[in-house]
Ligand binder design. Structure first.
Ligand code: TYM
Length: 348
């Protein structure tokens, strides 16, 4: 019995299919960092993933103070942004986390093989718990376990994310390894992260030593996907650069602002950062900033237009999410059943 199960379970990891999974927080304020670091990868993943699964993580959103009436709206905002950016619900699985109860159940089961001290030391927990003026919830501590459950429930092989998720990915890999070792079967697949070479850490335009973020960044330094083109151009025009003399458009550890702009434009144009350095070898900082702002605004304009159309039809968005949840549940339920079985629970 055990040997037979071992044989069957080992094949999960050996499958030739490439299951892709990623999650994104529900907010209408998705920024250029999310777009370059993650969303463009999600769109590309639709052609490689079998399937590509994308989840709007509303359960994670309650780990910090929030407004219940707003949460549903923000999920719909995010759904519309993702579809406007190119996700096609017929070519991927797009769903809302709280519609699939297997995530919460698996989180609890996995918490039994997760080390408390490790959760306490996670950077995100430390940063957010220090910044938090209201209640620091146990959910904030458990956040990475729920994130592990998200991915492991689907036996996903690959997780496209930005650089800031590296620590969470390492934890989920360790949880999967520990779970399999503890219960003696390869029930869970150990996933790999996919962090882009360029654009994995888009920086705040005003404070280029920090990552672009709607929670920790500056308003002027954060370019929102839904910003008006004029606003985008203005934010780039005011981007902080450096005082190198003569001013040079090249990447370097002492040139965080210019490096950031080079990488952003390289992504928009789909070329290497070297090509951007060559193209702008003789340009002044001011002209370079205008060029980046104009091209980013043009790049995002169609997304914003499609967003406006999609966001107007809430029933269609809800129907899309419901259909996605049904497909997601059909994949997550067998994993959770296997997990329950090896852990010694009945009834599955
Ligand atoms: P979230 O919603 O904060 O971010 C979504 C994605 O955007 C990436 N990102 C960035 N990439 C480049 N530069 C930046 N400045 C930047 N800021 C954000 C993030 O790396 C992420 O890929 N914990 C996750 C959500 C999550 C998840 C998951 C991700 C929940 N479960 C399972 C992967 C797998 C988060 O808060 O993402």
């Amino acid at each position: 019995m055990t040997a037979a199960h071992k044989g069957v379970s080992a094949s999960y990891a050996d499958q030739l299919v490439m299951r892709i999974f990623s999650g994104i927080q529900p907010t209408g304020r998705k920024h250029l960092g999310n777009y370059i670091g993650a969303i463009t990868q999600y769109v590309a993943g639709q052609d490689r993933g079998d399937p590509a699964i994308y989840c709007i993580v509303d359960l994670h959103a309650i780990s910090v103070p929030y407004d219940p009436a707003e949460l549903r709206e923000r999920v719909l905002d995010t759904t519309a942004i993702l579809v406007a950016a190119g996700l096609d619900p017929d070519r991927c699985v797009l769903f809302r986390q709280s519609d699939v109860p297997e995530h919460s159940e698996l989180q609890w089961l996995l918490s039994s093989v997760t080390e408390l001290g490790r959760l306490n030391r996670m950077h995100q927990f430390r940063d957010k718990s220090v910044a938090q003026r209201e209640l620091v919830s146990a959910a904030l501590l458990m956040y990475p376990v729920l994130q592990a459950a998200d991915v492991l429930a689907y036996r996903a092989h690959e997780v496209p994310v930005g650089e800031d998720q590296r620590e969470h990915l390492e934890l989920m890999r360790d949880v999967a390894v520990r779970f399999n070792a503890r219960f003696g079967e390869e029930v869970l697949v150990v996933p790999e992260h996919r962090i882009p070479e360029v654009g994995a850490r888009v920086r705040d335009l005003q404070e280029p030593d920090r990552k672009m973020s709607t929670t920790g960044g500056s308003v002027q330094g954060t370019v929102l996907v839904l910003d008006e083109p004029k606003t985008i151009e203005k934010k780039f025009k005011r981007a902080v650069t450096d005082s190198e003399d003569p001013p040079t458009i090249r990447r370097g550890p002492d040139k965080a602002g210019i490096t950031n702009l080079i990488e952003i434009l390289a992504t928009v144009r789909g070329v290497t950062p070297d090509a951007i350095e060559q193209d702008f070898a003789d340009a002044r900082y001011g002209d370079f900033k205008v060029a980046v702002g104009t091209e980013v605004a043009e790049w995002l304009a169609p997304v914003r237009e499609r967003y406006d159309e999609l966001r107007g039809d809430e029933a269609a968005l809800e129907a899309m999410l419901a259909a996605g949840a049904e497909k997601a549940r059909a994949m997550a339920a067998p994993t959770v059943a296997d997990v329950r079985r090896v852990m010694g629970f009945g009834g599955s």
